[in-house]
Each structure stands twice: as structure tokens, then as C-alpha cells.
Design a protein around this ligand. Structure first.
Ligand SMILES: [Zn+2]
Length: 544
């Protein structure tokens, strides 16, 4: 077990917005809220008074754990299996019948929040099967992330127990619930047996380091240590892990956002009291505020790879009120958390500098800058408003087509003509119901192109026909829209109803552009950024 201690001062000059940019952003902010004057604390005695009211953050020593090959190989293989399970649940028509997909890609930042937002909107629309699916996926994703922090066995068994508890709490689970549950349990049971039989390492190098530090610290009988973790189930699981070491007497406490937070009484809590009196010598928690650091015995605070997104959102770095307390952040070198921590620290430095610059800007000069910025903002807002209105009117004008899209070979109904949308050279039915009218055939080897991947084909759902209607494409630059199902014009026919006479016309064309009517473009939000991505992605699309 090797590890290195890095002095944080060695690292500087990472790419991040400088203090001059922050000053500019403050002016934009003031312009938006029509705030023309700013008062700052100028007097020395007021500054000192303010200083005493504010909790300052601690300067933790960063301990970087080196990567261990055997552990990483095992971790990555399990990570991949869970990732494939998530993809399978999303792409399978039986588990995702309403075809909901998150906007973000799996490996992107904010994927979890993205899933949460999607779940909320599905809840609002009362699409319960999608809500069930997303609940499973969220649980799997959170556990997948936990593989870097806990042992593989702890993660898999916790996920298995959690899913079992949730599933068994339902009196009459619906079909899709049972289907997903069984798919998950089968994989988890298989993996757990594999780990058990192979006798593979049941540890995590980061956890080993924690044990090492805690044991050393516990040599002095009156010492107490606090371990801060990101998620509630980490607290519980790490506590279980530490119980295997006789020198350590661990307990855990959930954060304030937990369900029982209202009932929580700091003075009467048995765990907190036990920690104070020495029944426990290690406390694992998600929240430093709730534990409170006003006890002189607490002389070690370990942040277990826990870095808040921005300053002040999570009180993970509040300084303890004891004088001789050591702080560590345990993380992996080159990890996301490592650079996030450095960024946060630099950001604090920048803000301090900005406040100094701020005080030196004369008030009339500041006012001038804000007024000038306001004029710019108003012009920008007007322009985007006009653009949005133009787009809205074109869409309503175009969607007046009446009729159906049918399979050319057998006449099977595929969707409403009014729902057909154009996406440069691609034409498809933009409607949830469409996915229930076709059969998706995923290919074993997706064809990768620079901007799209073709992951399968679309067949007519009519069992006696099963004609190929088009293909399934994932747009790499536009995961929000993916996958799309462009239809081959030669494989479909249109039955259009003439508005005035009510007459039926059958239209058979080789190319979509030869259709006797205009097919509306897919509604895309009108911001500049999206337009750019949109046209880039379309250059490589073709359905014919
Ligand atoms: Zn057909």
C-alpha cells in the first residue's frame, strides 16, 4: 500500500476563469438586477467583526492514493457490466416502452441530475412505467459511482439489498417492475458469486489508507476522528467495513436532509453522545454541521473523496473549533475530485482578489459600466424574443397536414402525417406512439461514423411483413435527440386527406423531397449554440 502526500501549493495555473472575468460577471449581474450602487465594508474594525461571524474553510492536506492495478481491473469490469445494464434497460422496448432518454451522455457531468429532472417530468405526465425504470437506473448509477469509494462486494451487495427492499415493499408490482427487478438481481447475484468464488481482493486502496490513518490516530485513547462522506449509504457501509478492526469503534450519522432530520435532536442522539463520551472513537457522517465540531477531543477530520461542487453548498470544510486538529482530503491523483478541489481553492483566492479590486472602482465609474451593460442586454433580449416568435409562427403554419404514414409493403399504420418531422435529410415520425408500431432490431456491432452511430434497424411490426423501414441512429453531438429513427421514403406510403374535399390521396415517392407538401423541421430551441450543433450533426445524416 503506497501513497504520497502532495503539498497543494505546488499546483497552480490550471485553466480557469481569472479574477478579471469574475469582475465582468459581477457587472453583468448588477446590470440584470438594475443594481447601480454597491457598498462594501471599508472600515478595519467592521472587517474584523465580519471575519468573526463567518466560518472559514480549513486548509486540508491532500493525500493522493496511487492507482492499484488489480483493484482497478476488477472495478472497471464491474463498472462496465453495470453500465451495460443501464444501456440495456434504456434501449430494450419492454423495459422502456415510452422511449425516454436522458439529454446527457453517460460519462458527462450532471448525468445523475439529468436523470432526476427526467424522472420528475415523467412523474408529472403520470408515465409510471418510465418513473419505475428511472428509479432503477438512478440506483444502479449511484452504486456504479460508489465503486471508486467502497469495495466491489459492499457496492454490489448493497445495491442488491436495496433493490430487494424496494421491490418487496410493493404489494402488487406491475409487470415492468418485475421484469427490471429480475434482470438486475440476476446480474448482481452472478457477479457476487463470481467475486466470492475467485477470492478476489475485498478492499479498496482508499479505504485501506483510511484504516491506516484511523488506527494510528486511535493509538491515543482519548482521540476522536470524523470521516466525512458524500452519500448516506457510504456512511453506513464504511462503518460496517471499519467494524472489522478491533481498535476502531465506529458509528455513523445521516445528514440533515435525511427523512428523520425533523426528529433529530442533537443533545439526545445516542450516537452523538456516544461519540462525545468515547463509546465510539470514529464518526462517519455526510454533514459536519450536524455533528458539530465543538468537542476538544475531535482531532482528526478526514474528507473521504468528498469535494462539494462549489464553495458554501456543502459545509464540508468548516474549521473545527479545536486548536490542534488535522485535516486530510483523501482522493486519487488526476481524479475529477482532485482537480475540483484545486479549482475550488483557486476560486476562493480569485474571489478574495476580486473583492479587493471591487473596493478600488470609483462608484461613478461602476455606475457607467453597469448602465452600458444594461443597454447591451436589452438589445440581446429583444433579438432573441423576435427570433423565438418567428420560429413559433412557422411551426403552427406547417403542422396542418392530415393523413397517415403507412408501411408501403403491407399498409400497416405507422403514425400520423402531422407528426412527421424533417431533420435535414432525415424524416421521421416524432411521436411516442410510433415506437409501439415498429420493431427495433439492434445490431450486435454498431456502425460508428464520425458524428453518428447506426445501432440498428427499424422493421414493420406486422409479423407477416417485417419489411425494413429505416435505421436507428444515435447522434453523438446531440444526445438530447437520440436515438432517431429516419424512415426510408421508398419503404413507406402516405395517405393524405385533402382538407376541403375530404378526398383520400395515396402518395408513393422515391425521395422525401419529392413529396407534394412541406414537412416541418424538428422544433429545436432557438439559442445560438444549439443551432451550431444541429447543423453539424445533420451534415452526415441521410435516410435515403
Ligand atoms: Zn409492413
Amino acid at each position: 500500500m503506497s501513497s504520497q502526500i502532495y503539498q497543494t501549493k505546488q499546483y497552480s495555473g490550471l485553466h480557469r476563469p481569472g479574477s478579471s472575468q469574475i469582475t465582468r460577471q459581477l457587472i453583468v449581474l448588477c446590470a440584470t438586477f438594475n443594481c447601480l450602487t454597491i457598498t462594501t465594508v471599508m472600515k478595519k474594525e467592521n472587517e474584523i467583526e465580519l471575519e468573526q461571524c463567518v466560518s472559514r474553510t480549513s486548509e486540508d492536506e491532500i493525500i493522493c492514493i496511487n492507482k492499484e492495478k488489480t483493484f482497478d481491473t476488477l472495478r472497471l469490469s464491474i463498472e462496465n457490466e453495470l453500465k451495460n445494464l443501464i444501456l440495456h434497460l434504456f434501449l430494450n422496448k419492454d423495459t422502456n416502452s415510452l422511449r425516454v432518454f436522458p439529454e446527457k451522455d453517460f460519462d458527462m457531468n450532471g448525468y445523475e441530475q439529468n436523470l432526476e429532472i427526467l424522472k420528475q417530468s415523467e412523474q408529472k405526465n403520470q408515465h409510471f412505467s418510465s418513473v419505475i425504470l428511472l428509479n432503477y437506473i438512478l440506483a444502479i448509477y449511484r452504486h456504479l459511482k460508489a465503486l471508486t469509494d467502497l469495495t466491489p462486494e459492499l457496492v454490489l451487495s448493497n445495491l442488491k439489498d436495496y433493490l430487494e427492499m424496494v421491490y418487496k415493499s410493493r404489494e402488487h408490482p406491475i409487470e415492468i417492475d418485475t421484469l427490471i427487478y429480475e434482470k438486475c438481481q440476476n446480474l448482481l447475484k452472478k457477479k457476487l458469486t463470481e467475486i466470492e468464488e475467485s477470492g478476489q481482493i475485498l478492499s479498496n486502496p482508499k479505504l485501506d489508507k483510511v484504516v491506516e490513518l484511523l488506527k494510528k490516530h486511535a493509538e491515543q485513547s482519548n482521540n476522536r476522528a470524523l470521516v466525512l462522506v458524500e452519500r448516506t449509504f457510504y456512511a453506513q457501509k464504511i462503518c460496517e467495513f471499519l467494524q472489522n478492526h478491533s481498535e476502531l469503534k465506529p458509528c455513523w450519522l445521516v445528514g440533515q436532509s435525511g427523512i428523520d432530520s425533523r426528529k433529530f435532536n442533537k443533545k439526545e442522539d445516542p450516537k452523538l453522545n456516544g461519540f462525545r463520551t468515547g463509546v465510539y472513537n470514529v464518526m462517519i457522517s455526510t454533514d459536519v454541521v450536524q455533528v458539530g465540531l465543538d468537542m476538544p477531543e475531535c482531532s482528526l477530520v478526514l474528507r473521504y473523496d468528498f469535494v462539494p461542487d462549489s464553495i458554501g453548498t456543502v459545509q464540508a470544510r468548516v474549521r473545527a473549533r479545536t486548536i490542534s486538529c488535522t485535516y486530510y482530503l483523501i482522493t486519487t491523483k488526476d481524479s475529477q475530485n482532485y482537480s475540483k478541489e484545486l479549482d475550488n481553492r483557486q476560486c476562493e483566492q480569485d474571489l478574495k482578489q476580486v473583492l479587493e479590486t471591487w473596493k478600488r472602482i470609483p462608484s461613478d465609474q461602476f455606475k457607467e459600466q453597469v448602465i452600458a451593460k444594461q443597454a447591451c442586454l436589452i438589445t440581446e433580449w429583444n433579438e432573441s424574443l423576435i427570433k423565438a416568435l418567428t420560429i413559433e409562427t412557422t411551426i403552427t403554419k406547417n403542422t396542418e397536414l392530415i393523413g397517415d404514414v403507412l408501411c408501403r409493403a403491407c399498409g400497416y399504420l405507422l403514425g400520423k402525417l402531422s407528426r412527421v418531422r424533417q431533420y435535414k435529410q432525415s424524416y421521421f415520425v416524432n411521436d411516442h406512439d410510433f415506437y409501439n408500431r415498429i420493431e427495433e432490431k439492434l445490431s450486435s456491432e454498431p456502425q460508428e461514423h464520425s458524428k453518428i452511430s447506426v445501432i440498428g434497424k427499424v422493421l414493420c411490426l406486422n409479423k407477416n411483413c417485417r419489411a425494413k423501414l429505416g435505421r436507428i441512429q444515435v447522434l453523438k453531438d446531440l444526445p438530447k435527440m437520440s436515438p432517431i429513427y429516419p424512415l426510408k421514403c421508398e419503404s413507406i406510403k402516405i395517405k393524405q386527406i385533402e382538407k376541403e374535399s375530404g378526398k383520400e390521396i395515396i402518395i408513393l415517392k422515391k425521395k422525401w423531397i419529392k413529396m407534394p407538401f412541406t414537412i416541418p423541421f424538428l422544433e429545436i430551441s432557438c439559442t445560438q449554440n444549439n443551432d451550431d450543433v444541429f447543423y453539424d450533426a445533420c451534415d452526415v445524416l441521410s435516410s435515403d
